[in-house]
Design a protein. Sequence first.
Length: 66
Amino acid sequence: MFILLLLTMSILILGILESYYHEKRIKNIPIRIHVNGIRGKSTTVRLIASILREAGYQTLLLIQNQ
């Protein structure tokens, strides 16, 4: 029983730490662009990312399929 409690607490603490560091990394991204719609989002996002890269910005492209 003690081992189960210890494992549960460890997982909880690791989850809290992961959430903290994730939020910290998110706040370091100065500009965020959200594209929403029904069709053509992937193409639009790729075009926006390529335009920003050509302009000299460092980009991170995330496409989430539903």
